[in-house]
Ligand binder design. Structure first.
Ligand SMILES: [Zn+2]
Length: 364
């Protein structure tokens, strides 16, 4: 086994000036933008992780990562955001009542303001994964921000679709976790908890149903997300080191977010968690309702073995085509699941060229 890279290492990005840019949201959370700059460039790219991941999913040293690929292909000013769902922050493992509306209203608009302070009016392209993509789609199509030159979404955008087993977990999970197990979050590292503690028991129970590999953290992550063995990726797509250190890349998840996702799955589209919440009066109750007003070109991606949001981005492509014909494309990724399009060992061959091709067309 190769050495496991240090947690939060920035060493996966070569030949770039790295700087960190902290900023605060309107509701008082500290967040970070990290910049990887090789030179000036008219087209800036901003990367957004999914729930419980972090910028690490774009800068892993053990494969040819997305940041290096962008830097090598003319996009020489790349930024990555750690927002409140990042495993680099403690927010996911704290008791909280955050929803995706909070992120749409406060995280992405504040990040764009901080980014603009440094890059001015240069074109900004956004590439986003999972709930980073969903919350950013809500910001973009809900009118919380503008001036985005293009947007690439992986797995899910404004029309979440989940397997039946996930639906059951979305209904029962938050209540079971908070009221029966007594924890406001599920942790991919429960396997390392002391024997007979709550976390240890959850992990051992989950592993009874996951015989596909010997990594307990991998089992927990499949339990936390989606429906499959494993649920988030195809094992054969991952470098062995990535599989071994998967809990470094996917940390604890606050279960309250599942209540909002459950509501959106029931509605068939992204909707507000609480339409009567005055803090989000500026956002639409249904985020597709204003889609016709937004002219940002969108590329929707999904692995054809996606077991977290299967069919979601194909459905979003149809919905957006009805609202604003010709402004979106959909690309299926054969042999890929939910997150391996970014962390897979051959992502630079199978996936990143599709992203580059789209970005270059939007840049010219
Ligand atoms: Zn595994």
């Amino acid at each position: 086994m190769e050495d496991i890279p240090a947690r939060y290492t920035l060493e996966g990005v070569s030949d770039a000036e790295v700087s960190v840019h902290p900023f605060a949201t309107e509701d008082g959370l500290g967040l970070n933008l990290t910049r990887f700059r090789r030179g000036d460039c008219d087209d800036v790219v901003l990367l957004l992780h999914g729930l419980t991941a972090s910028i690490d999913m774009f800068i892993m040293p053990e494969h040819r990562n997305l940041v290096n690929t962008l830097l090598d292909n003319g996009f020489t000013d790349v930024w990555a955001l750690d927002f409140r769902m990042s495993s680099r922050f403690p927010y996911d493992a704290e008791t909280h009542r955050y929803t995706l509306d909070d992120i749409a209203a406060w995280d992405h608009p504040a990040a764009l303001r901080e980014l603009r302070r440094h890059v001015g009016d240069r074109r900004v392209h956004v590439v986003a994964h999972c709930l980073g993509s969903m919350s950013f789609s809500m910001s973009l199509f809900g009118g919380a921000l503008d001036g985005v030159a293009s947007f690439v979404s992986n797995s899910v955008s404004l029309t979440p679709r989940v397997p039946t087993w996930s639906r059951c977990k979305l209904v029962a999970g938050p209540g079971l976790s908070e009221y029966v197990i007594g924890l406001p979050y599920m942790d991919s590292r429960f396997g390392e908890a002391p024997p007979l503690t709550r976390g240890w028991m959850v992990s051992r129970l989950v592993s009874l149903f996951h015989r596909e590999c010997g990594v307990r953290d991998c089992h927990m992550i499949s339990f936390m997300w989606g429906s499959g063995h494993p649920a988030l990726y195809q094992h054969e797509n991952l470098p062995p080191v990535t599989h071994e250190r998967i809990a470094d890349l996917l940390g604890p998840t606050g279960v309250h977010y599942f209540r909002h996702i459950r509501k959106m799955v029931s509605a068939g589209q992204a909707v507000k968690y609480d339409p009567s919440d005055p803090r989000h009066a500026d956002l639409p109750d249904a985020y597709l309702s204003r889609a016709g007003e937004v002219t940002t070109p969108v590329l929707l991606l999904s692995g054809d073995a996606n077991h977290v949001f299967p069919g979601a981005n194909a459905a979003c492509h149809e919905a957006l085509e009805r609202a604003r014909p010709g402004l979106q494309e959909f690309a299926s990724l054969p042999g890929y699941g939910h997150i391996d399009p970014f962390i897979g060992k051959n992502a630079h061959v199978d996936v990143f060229p599709k992203i580059l091709d789209f970005l270059k067309r939007q840049a010219s």
